[in-house]
Write a protein that binds this ligand. Structure first.
Ligand code: NOJ
Length: 521
């Protein structure tokens, strides 16, 4: 018997409606949602230019609805010269022709909603492209309207104003603008000048961007590098690294007020790229800043039970007391895919039940449900200045050579699984990653305990994480064996989902690198 028979995912329409957390108005939708990140360039190309597009995402909506996720987060698809593949925005309120146009965006949001999927878009507030009209104007003259929208410093062309370094280049976070005789700040590429959020017109203009997308119908934003929007910029060479300032929190409160005024309960998910969970917690404010914040330390934890336990404990200690709702993420467009990090399919499968079994909002990265690894990128195909091409490989939807894309030559090479485990092949294999994710997502959606229930550790052997999730009348036990040896776990249970396709019942023994969800007998 395949693992597919372990859960009954067939609901009557009435049952589905009753169990659907979206029909429980007391619980914000984003607390029980699973959010699926799409990197549009790599999802599906329908026009043959080798780059994915909005129409490609639209065509896969039935697949995403069937997968069982609740919301999509789309990485930037705005007009951009693509120096940072879209995180260098030259028009926040238009779609880059590579991806389609605004009508494609409207249609995608509308049809996603028809499929029961909410849509989050990326909001990139810290910087624009150097080719954005605002920056082109800013550097055109000292009296330009947008001059002070960016961070300029006078000085000596041989000595940057402070010691800050730009991500990706290894050089200073400052570029000398010869025509103006001034430095400008860019925490990322020189093509990404930082906006100065101390300027009220910047705040208004960027808040107008939020309103534009909310009026178009989106359900929230993933906010890029959000902790640094309100930074102070000290001069001198003994300054600390860029750090959040009180202005960031004030701006977040205003942003929260803005989005909370929309009836569709938009969510703000912040990319708080700080490796301290305590610091991350501060961006929830008093329930009046971010609804959700990424917490990256677990993503960087090794495949080790003690390390994971520590990361989970930190979340419980820092977030619970302030009523902040956690997030969990294993892979995204900036980091090596977790299958490659952990080094095996077994561990990646177990990680699925780890991630989806925790208390909080999980984020899946497109292709994670297919168990994709990073692609190997030959030197002559490398394009990202940050060396992140491997995790951005195109998704193989069906057999080669084009794998369902409109061309067999996408912008990056295919991932290693393309020839053996494309999505169509996995569809036909009940033991595949795809079916494991579908089973887990269905089981999660129908269990109040797994969706938003309480979390509590259970005693277990070294190398095994064991916890329970509980809600009134509902209890689930999650076991993750991070060791290469089989281990026993006492008690009477029935098997809900196992990461191992070989398991059909609960025998009391957990295989090596295996995770299970159990129902107490
Ligand atoms: C974080 C984004 O995730 C990353 O892809 C981007 O390069 C930087 N922010 C700059 O916007």
């Amino acid at each position: 018997m395949s693992g597919g028979a372990m859960t009954d995912t067939t609901w009557t329409p009435g049952e589905a409606a009753a169990r659907d957390p979206r029909n429980h108005p007391d619980l914000p939708w984003w607390k029980s949602a699973v959010i699926y990140q799409i990197y549009p360039r790599s999802f599906l190309d329908t026009d043959g230019d080798g780059v994915g597009d909005l129409e490609g995402i639209r065509r896969r909506l039935p697949y995403l609805a069937e997968l069982g996720v609740d919301a999509l987060w789309l990485s930037p698809f705005y007009r951009s010269p693509m120096a940072d593949f879209g995180y260098d925005v030259s028009d926040h309120c238009d779609v880059d022709p590579l991806f389609g146009d605004l009508d494609n965006a409207r249609r995608l949001v509308r049809e996603a909603h028809e499929h029961g999927l909410r849509v989050l878009v990326d909001f990139v507030p810290c910087h624009t492209s150097d080719l954005h009209d605002w920056f082109v104007d800013a550097r055109s003259s000292p009296d330009a309207t947008h001059r002070d929208w960016y961070v300029w410093r006078d000085g000596d062309p041989s000595t940057p104003p402070n010691r800050w370094m730009s991500a990706f280049t290894g050089g200073p976070a400052w570029t000398w603008d010869g025509a103006n005789g001034k430095w400008y700040l860019h925490l990322f590429l020189p093509e990404q000048p930082d906006l100065d959020w101390h300027h009220p017109e910047v705040v208004d203009a960027m808040f107008d961007v939020l309103k534009f997308w909310l009026d178009l119908g989106v359900d929230g934003f993933r906010v890029d590098v959000v902790h640094l929007i309100g930074k102070d910029v000290p001069d001198g060479h003994d300054v600390p690294d860029p750090e959040p300032a009180p202005l960031t929190h004030e701006l977040l409160r205003r942003m929260r007020t803005l989005v909370d005024a929309y009836a569709c309960e938009p969510v703000l998910v912040g990319e708080v790229y700080i490796m301290s969970t305590r610091a991350v917690a501060s961006f929830y404010g008093r329930g009046d800043e971010l609804h959700l914040a990424f917490n990256f330390p677990p993503l960087y934890a090794p495949w080790d039970a003690a390390a994971w336990r520590k990361r989970i404990d930190r979340v419980v200690e820092e977030l619970d007391p302030i009523g902040a709702w956690p997030t969990w993420v294993l892979s995204n467009h900036d980091n090596t895919r977790h299958r490659s990090r952990y080094g095996s399919a077994e561990k990646a499968r177990a990680a699925a039940l780890l991630l989806l079994g925790l208390r909080g909002t999980p984020f899946l990265y497109a292709g994670e449900e297919l168990g994709l690894s990073n692609a190997v990128i030959p030197a002559d195909r490398r394009v990202d200045p940050g060396g992140r091409d491997g995790c951005r490989a195109p998704i193989p939807w069906s057999a080669g050579p084009d794998h369902g894309w409109a061309t067999a030559n996408p912008w990056l090479p295919w991932p290693p699984e393309a020839d053996t485990a494309d999505a169509a092949a996995q569809e036909a294999d009940p033991g595949s990653f795809l079916h494991l994710y579908r089973r887990a997502l269905a089981a999660r959606r129908r269990s109040p305990a797994l969706r938003d229930g309480a979390f509590g550790w259970l005693r277990s052997r070294a190398g095994v994480l064991a916890w329970e999730r509980t809600a009134p009348g509902d209890r689930r036990v999650v076991l993750v064996n991070m060791t290469g040896k089989a281990v026993t776990f006492p008690g009477a249970f029935t098997l809900l989902v196992s990461s191992s396709p070989a398991d059909t019942t609960w025998s009391g023994t957990l295989g090596p690198w295996t995770a299970v969800w159990l129902i107490p007998a």
